[in-house]
Unconditional design. Structure first.
Length: 289
């Protein structure tokens, strides 16, 4: 016991000695001195304001680093009421919201939900993978929405780039084709009535009286209804195969064998024989026309 205490005392002594030595070396070590360079006239930044009213130019040098800042106030910016900084901010906002806009106001949502129903009906959990289904749904969305995108480009984007219309006018003209598409896909007027009542809109004389913030959720609810309806129809033939396989296994006394082990190959074979992907995609595309 006494030997153990002596060993602990030695270890504690060396630890304390090491800590003291480290702290001493930190304070005693030499530090590198930093000198401030004299400021010359060449290092001073100069601010120059253009006499033509186009903006402010700031040119100068900071040591070996050159600085040049130019702010332009174009007449096009003054006409549109937006500066270059605000344009960049709007562009970044649109880019960040682009995935949500693409999913919610186009055909993407219906296509992707139906594809997931197909995979679930086949009894396959990860085949095809999500990346394949999303990619296929994305290209089908571009195919279906191509007339709408072309109309937006012709009526809103190109005139805006030519400075023929303002941003507010471009937004209004760009929303018109999307609104026509969404109105055409709403199959049940109860969806519109529901959100009109929730928004406190009592009388609607025409479709133009329905605001966009009411139209978008109505369109989403309608798309969910159509997608689930198609998913139910897709499930029926595969459900029949599961029932036949289960009844056959029960009659043979093979109750311990999972029915999905036998029914999954038959469902895949049926899907291949009827050329299922072409049939599903064809019917999906036709629902938008």
């Amino acid at each position: 016991m006494m030997k153990c205490l002596k060993n602990y005392k030695k270890i504690l002594f060396f630890v304390i000695f090491g800590i003291v030595l480290t702290i001493t070396s930190v304070f005693v070590s030499k530090t590198q001195k930093v000198y401030a360079a004299p400021v010359t006239e060449a290092d001073n930044t100069e601010e120059e304001e253009n006499t033509d009213g186009s903006g402010i130019n700031i040119n100068g040098r900071l040591g070996d680093l050159g600085i040049s800042i130019t702010t332009n106030n174009d007449e096009s910016d003054a006409n549109n009421g937006l500066s270059t900084t605000l344009r960049i901010l709007i562009l970044l906002t649109v880019i960040s919201l682009a995935p949500s806009i693409l999913i919610m106001v186009t055909s993407f949502m219906r296509i992707l939900i139906v594809f997931h129903f197909v995979r679930s009906a086949l009894g396959l959990q990860t085949t095809p993978p999500n990346q394949v289904l999303i990619g296929l749904a994305l290209f089908l969305t571009f195919f279906i929405m191509e007339p709408v995108f072309s109309q937006i480009n012709t009526e809103a984007i190109q005139p805006l780039e030519a400075n023929e219309i303002t941003y507010e006018q471009a937004l209004e003209k760009g929303m018109e084709p999307l609104r026509e598409f969404m109105f055409g896909q709403i199959r049940n007027e109860k969806d519109l009535s529901l959100f009109c009542n929730l928004a406190g809109i009592e009388t609607v004389n025409s479709l133009d009286d329905i605001p966009t913030y009411v139209l978008i959720p109505s369109f989403i609810i309608s798309e969910l209804r159509v997608a689930f309806y198609m998913g139910f129809i897709i499930f029926i033939p595969f459900l029949v195969i599961d029932m036949v396989v289960s009844a056959t296994l029960m009659s043979m006394g093979m109750m311990m064998l999972p029915p999905t082990t036998i029914s999954t190959p038959f469902k895949i074979l049926l899907f291949i024989v009827v050329d299922g992907w072409s049939l599903v995609i064809e019917q999906l595309v036709m629902t938008f026309y």
